[in-house]
Design a protein around this ligand. Structure first.
Ligand code: PLP
Length: 395
């Protein structure tokens, strides 16, 4: 007998993967230039040249036994110290290397948090729209995900709904800003207000509510938007980060979690998260890319392509009557679908080889996600196709 949950997870492809595979099949039939795949969040710009330069230099100058060997479970001490230094220079974070635990991307950082913090009966609060893997990760850790419905006017936090969702069972609240899929960025004021509420509730319940801030898109922001350094506002914060998006390295699987040195019993929290990493068998984050990320931490890929894609799409789609909250960051748009049933809408879009992801999967029906980390030319060619789709609804 096998656990049904696992066979189901391993068999059912995510909607996004399904679309991605469909796109490849269609490309073989109609030609890649006639498939408008906006499904997956795979960065479309290369890493900055310093990434390859660092990798080549490390590979050609260091002792290969060391380069490819195991590192400490939390990551190579020198790499961690360099990363902490970079965060301290950028944010005044006050970290040492010992506050960082290098991970196999943000996904592993999140799993370490959920597994490391969960006691029987614990709950984690998540805001819709949300990254669908949260549910898999949280339930996999034996906790319950409590979902707050989306505040669709601006995708900001509905504080009344949050306050109503908090209970003595709340172990943590997950925020993802800039957000996948809405692109929205929480302001300083929002984080301050969130911190105030969580401090009050932690006090009331007599235990900390951890703020898990999932930030793989931190640097991908527009129009002067800035994602604040959350631990400045709330002591019991754990930052989960990844170089998948900012350095275009999703396949290299490198990220970190940072436990705020001001967290209650922070050494013990760090130990619990490290223990979770051990129990999950992560062993250590990829050794070569620990070093590369540490050297390139302050860099990003050329993000100007995303800015141009965002401008073109927002302008083009709005002209066609699509309604969309202006995203402050990421490379996603999350417009309203042209019919209430977002799944039916995306199915209809597929008739035009326009691959869009239904909002339902992100806990926010009536919307669809468009991933614009694609060549700009694809957007130019897709806009007339969006026009045909919109026309069909008008007809
Ligand atoms: N969190 C969010 C919001 C994401 O969008 C993603 C990936 O798309 C992840 C976490 C996982 O990131 P990684 O590839 O670094 O594990």
């Amino acid at each position: 007998m096998l656990p049904e949950r696992m066979t189901a997870l391993g068999t059912a492809r995510s909607v996004i993967r399904e679309l991605f595979e469909f796109g490849k099949e269609r490309a073989a039939v109609v030609g890649p230039e006639n498939v408008f795949d906006f499904s997956i969040g795979n960065p479309s710009v290369p890493p900055p040249p310093q990434v390859n330069e660092a990798a080549i230099r490390i590979l050609s100058t260091q002792d290969p036994v060391l380069t490819h060997g195991y590192t400490s479970a939390g990551g190579d001490a020198n790499a961690r110290a360099l990363l902490a230094g970079s965060l301290n220079r950028r944010f005044g974070a006050g970290l040492t290397g010992d506050d960082l635990y290098l991970t196999v991307g943000a996904a592993a950082a999140l799993c370490c948090c959920f597994h490391g913090l969960t006691c029987p009966g614990d709950e984690f609060v998540v805001f819709a729209p949300y990254f669908p893997e949260y549910q898999v990760f949280i339930e996999g850790a034996g906790a319950k995900m409590v979902l707050i419905p989306a505040e669709v006017e601006g995708f900001q936090i509905s504080f009344d709904a949050l306050e109503a969702a908090l209970t003595p069972c709340t172990k943590g609240v997950v925020v993802n800003s800039p957000n996948n899929p809405s692109g929205c960025v929480y302001s300083r004021e929002t984080i301050q207000r969130l911190a105030g509420l969580l401090s009050r509730k932690s006090e009331e319940y007599g235990h900390p509510i951890y703020l898990i801030t999932d930030e793989p898109y931190r640097e991908i922001v527009y129009d002067g938007a800035k994602a604040p350094w959350v631990p400045h506002f709330y002591d019991n914060t754990i930052v989960c980060y990844s170089y998948s998006k900012s350095l275009s390295l999703p396949g290299e699987r490198i990220g970190y979690l940072a436990v705020s040195p001001k967290a209650w019993e922070h050494k013990l929290v760090y130990a619990a998260l490290a223990g979770a990493g051990r129990s999950l068998g992560y062993v250590n984050a990829p050794a070569l890319f620990q070093q590369v990320a540490a050297e390139c931490a302050a860099l990003t890929s050329d993000l100007s392509v995303y800015a141009e894609n965002r401008r073109l799409l927002l302008e083009g789609l709005r002209k066609l009557g699509f309604r969309c909250v202006t995203p402050g960051g990421t490379f996603y748009l999350f417009p309203q679908s042209l019919e209430a049933d977002d799944v039916a809408f995306c199915q209809r879009a597929k008739d035009y080889d326009l691959l869009l992801v239904p909002g339902s999967g992100f806990g926010c029906p009536g919307h669809f996600r468009l991933s614009y980390c694609v060549p700009t030319e694809r957007i130019r060619r897709a806009l007339p196709v969006f026009a045909k789709l919109a026309e069909r609804y008008r007809a």
